[in-house]
Design a protein. Structure first.
Length: 170
């Protein structure tokens, strides 16, 4: 189990750190949250299927970021003088942004699961392009297809997503 944990840790630690850094801008917070996320993962990894590890880590990281903002919002309230709204307004806006990002991740997961069930080839190109943010040439090489075929699959996948999730997606 330790070897499997180490493999997941090495594979996904940069992703977790990047998510936290993007959301908080704090390297210290990123280190702390990353450690908390992987401790939680270690305790639960026997109940998480291999194909859901990345999604679980992303979701848990986003929840940890929200918790981080809640904690810092409470600290800001303690240090904000009575009668001033500055600390509360900033914390409230940060929480709203974090919750919006979490809603976006929920929708992304729903979209990817649906696309995967309908057409695994579409899922591959969407995942590699939109989630992993790989360049077209690299994706085409990895999937052993031409960039033209890649672009066609991506176009069809995006068209499907717009038709299926138009109200939620836009």
């Amino acid at each position: 189990m330790n070897e499997l944990f180490e493999e997941y840790f090495l594979r996904y630690k940069n992703l977790v750190m990047k998510i936290v850094m993007d959301k908080t801008g704090s390297y210290e917070a990123a280190q702390e949250i990353c450690q908390d996320v992987f401790v939680s993962f270690y305790k639960k990894m026997d109940r998480i299927s291999d194909e859901m590890v990345k999604a679980w880590l992303i979701k848990t990281t986003m929840n940890a970021v929200i918790d981080y903002y809640r904690k810092t919002a409470k600290e800001k309230e303690l240090f904000t003088a009575p009668g001033t709204e500055i600390g509360n307004v900033v914390a409230s806006n940060e929480m709203e942004r974090a919750e919006d990002r979490l809603d976006h991740l929920d929708l992304l997961g729903k979209v990817l699961r649906t696309v995967k069930a309908v057409n695994p080839q579409w899922f591959e190109v969407l995942f590699l392009n939109c989630v992993e943010e790989m360049p077209f040439a690299e994706i085409a090489g990895k999937l052993h297809i031409s960039e033209t075929v890649l672009r066609a699959r991506l176009y069809r996948a995006r068209l499907f997503v717009r038709e299926k999730f138009g109200d939620e997606y836009l």
